[in-house]
Write a protein that binds this ligand. Structure first.
Ligand code: FDP
Length: 315
């Protein structure tokens, strides 16, 4: 069996890059251990509240951010950390060669119901600065905290999946994920229908019409509402995830964040043969204007993403 350390050696000769991924994997393993007992420790609440012992609680996203920060701070290869939990970029080793952008605990609104959440990360070269397009990523990954703890990671080759064993070793369980080109599952928050644009409405209506509609096949809807869980399902068995621009998110540019949600997920999905778009352009082509920039996100099985692109092309 291949473990993460062995796999990293086959993917890069850059020991610092491998160490950066290993640091994020170690942070993920530590976060998994915290999440596993969080309800017992009374840690699923909001920051500012108290646990059963009457101690001040730190929300799990703050705890997760601290865990990532500690692991990266111990790694001299990291120059800057960009985190959803930090307003400003956080400076680390001056000589560090890599910037890490992360959402330390994505889907945290699901924590109190024990649904899969995750840690998402993207690695960039320090010399490119904070605002680099997704195409410049050197590596990306996420850890999904579900029934099993999975690490999905890609440098520039294949998107590979590892599972955390009882000894804390990341064991490779899928060498090269392949997102099926065709699929009959879509994931979108349909409660937002009244805000949708014509393309989103058209695509969903066509899908819901099933085998007797223009798409000519039956679809199922799957929506966890925790991006890592939804993307992991799509990576493993296909489908499409949509958090498009709508009239409510228009002013902000979308709902999800470019640097530490959309870009790493697009990197992983494309590495597995899937596609990604904002509707107007490839996610990885978006020029970031700020570290917390938001962006519309549509990604998954190539045929389905193309269908959405066709709708956008109709104007
Ligand atoms: P959360 O706020 O719980 O962290 O990244 C934000 C995110 O979750 C995604 O994980 C999820 O896909 C999305 O928000 C869900 O948003 P809506 O509640 O607007 O559907």
């Amino acid at each position: 069996m291949t473990d993460l350390a062995q796999w990293l050696k086959t993917q890069t000769t850059d020991a610092d890059l491998a160490a950066t991924i290993a640091s994020m994997a170690a942070a993920g393993a530590e976060i998994a251990a915290v999440l596993r007992v969080a309800p017992i420790a009374g840690q699923t609440g909001l920051a500012g509240s108290e646990n059963v012992q009457g101690e001040a609680q730190k929300a799990l996203d703050v705890i997760s951010n601290d865990i990532v920060l500690n692991h990266l701070a111990a790694n001299p290869a990291i120059s800057i950390l960009v985190s959803e939990e930090l307003d400003e970029a956080f400076n680390m080793s001056i000589q560090g060669r890599f910037i890490v952008a992360t959402d330390p605990l994505d889907g945290s609104s699901n924590l109190d119901v024990n649904v899969t959440v995750g840690t998402i990360f993207s690695v960039l070269a320090s010399e490119g600065g904070l605002l680099q397009k997704g195409t410049a990523q050197l590596a990306a990954g996420y850890v999904a905290y579900g029934p099993a703890t999975s690490l999905v990671v890609r440098i520039t080759g294949e998107t590979s999946v590892f599972t955390l064993d009882a000894e804390g070793v990341w064991v490779q369980t899928l060498a090269a994920a392949k997102v099926p080109e065709a699929s009959g599952e879509f994931a979108i928050n349909t409660a937002r229908e009244r805000f949708w644009d014509a393309a989103t409405t058209g695509y969903v209506k066509e899908s819901v019409a099933g085998e007797t509609g223009p798409a000519g096949k039956r679809y199922n809807m799957r929506w966890v509402g925790s991006m890592v869980a939804d993307i992991h399902r799509i990576l493993m068995r296909g489908g499409i995830f949509l958090y498009p621009l709508d009239s409510e998110t228009q002013a902000k540019g979308g709902r999800l964040r470019l640097l530490y949600e959309a870009n790493p997920m697009a990197w992983l999905i494309e590495g597995a043969g899937g596609k990604s778009t904002t509707g107007k352009q490839g996610i990885l082509e978006v020029e970031p204007a700020g570290i917390h920039q938001r962006v519309p996100v549509i990604l998954g099985s190539a045929d389905e993403v193309r269908r959405v692109e066709d709708w956008y092309a109709r104007g």
